[in-house]
Ligand binder design. Structure first.
Ligand code: PMM
Length: 373
């Protein structure tokens, strides 16, 4: 298969053939995903010529180097780099008093101070203390990071002025940061990033991957803080706009995130401070979302921690008789558990205690499986 792939093809690797432990397997026949608890024995290699998939097959980890030597030189080098990225140690994020380690899945808690977010809009009224109290409870329940957002990104949501967004988020961030809670700011606007960072936020989470606001990249680089780059099909007012559609959703999302990681590195943001998120539900159909979940491990090839955000999203309703957002806990937990199994280093959730409990179970099972002989 490999010797027929032309040099101009685009190449992707996805960890496959997962095993609970490398113990007892022949040396060099299993690889580890990052510094987590996941081991696997193959890479699913895909090649595309334009929009057309021209090859797909699993290359065993044992003998990987010899196998990929059959590829054109530049593609063999790319395959090496993707494999090295999958196993690269994810550096911890040092966030002031807090450090987030990626040796197991972490939880990011969603704290929206918006009147109109799709599932928790209006929950805290205009009361920053009530919102901060909700954040304290989520941190106490085990969230490593609390993600504060002041503008809804639901389809066709009303755009708001940056001054209003700042007025919503800053009093909440100040309270959380003063108490030592690690906070990320969920915004696409440079002015909001600046105000949030000044108020004590430590991470920027931008659903436009720093594309919406022409100043965002510069603000992030200057702040020298971790950034989360999410895929959305549009950097315009409505991130769900998807005029062009996808040729292949998983590799299109991969390409965009790879481009954005490279752009950040070129702008001076250290690779160790970048995370990526495939942007479940943003301008994506049910089939697109399911493919992104099933192929989540491919994004480990970017060499940075992966954030997965499936909590209460539409695909859960679509697969459960249109359950409303208030009745999507089971699906949210199932998605978080599945994401952990596929290597996501962090999951973004509304239901923190339940998600933390589910991931503790996941971790307990993985630990036990690793040491079983
Ligand atoms: N989704 C929402 C808002 N911000 N940020 C990231 N990184 N990933 C997401 O999927 C995402 C996000 C949508 O609204 P919500 O805050 O109610 O989940």
């Amino acid at each position: 298969m490999l010797h027929t792939i032309p040099p101009h093809a685009r190449l992707y690797l996805k960890p496959a053939w997962f095993v609970p432990t490398p113990i007892g397997l022949a040396d060099g026949s299993a690889a580890r995903m990052g510094n987590g608890l996941i081991w696997f024995q193959g890479y699913e290699l895909s090649a595309f010529d334009g929009a057309r998939r021209i090859a797909r097959g699993v290359v065993p980890v044992a003998g990987f180097d010899e196998a990929i030597a059959a590829l054109p030189a530049a593609l063999a080098e790319r395959a090496q780099r993707l494999a090295a990225n999958v196993s690269a140690i994810r550096a911890p994020l040092a966030l002031g008093e807090r450090t987030i380690r990626f040796d197991g899945p972490q939880v990011m808690a969603i704290l929206n101070v918006t009147p109109d977010s799709f599932s928790d809009g209006g929950k805290h009224g205009d009361d920053p203390q009530a919102a901060a109290d909700a954040g304290f409870a989520m941190a106490a329940a085990g969230a490593a990071l609390v993600d504060v957002g002041g503008e809804s990104t639901r389809p066709r949501a009303a755009r708001i002025w940056e001054g209003d967004e700042i007025a919503r988020v800053v009093p909440v961030i100040e309270r959380l940061a003063a108490a030592g809670v690690a906070v990320s700011i969920d915004t696409r606007k440079a002015a909001v990033m600046e105000a949030a960072l000044a108020a004590g936020a430590k991470v920027i989470n931008d659903v436009s991957a720093l594309l919406h606001d022409p100043r965002a990249m510069e603000v992030a680089a200057r702040a020298d803080c971790p950034v989360i780059l999410m895929h959305a099909p549009s950097a315009g007012d409505d991130p769900h706009d998807n005029v062009a559609g996808y040729a292949d959703v998983v590799t299109d999302v991969f390409d965009m995130l790879e481009w954005r990681v490279d752009a950040c590195v070129a702008a001076g943001i250290a690779r160790e401070r970048i995370m990526v998120d495939p942007g479940l539900g943003f301008g994506k159909s049910l089939a697109d979302n399911l493919a992104l979940v099933n192929d989540l491990a491919i994004f480990q090839g970017l060499g940075v921690p992966v954030l997965f955000a499936g909590s209460r999203k539409r695909l859960i309703g679509a697969l459960s008789n249109e359950a409303p957002t208030s009745h999507r806990l089971g699906g949210s937990i199932a998605l978080a558990f599945r994401a952990a199994q596929l290597g996501a280093q962090m999951v973004r959730v509304h239901d923190v205690p339940e998600s933390v409990q589910a991931l503790r179970l996941w971790r307990g099972l993985a630990d036990a499986g690793l040491s079983a002989v």
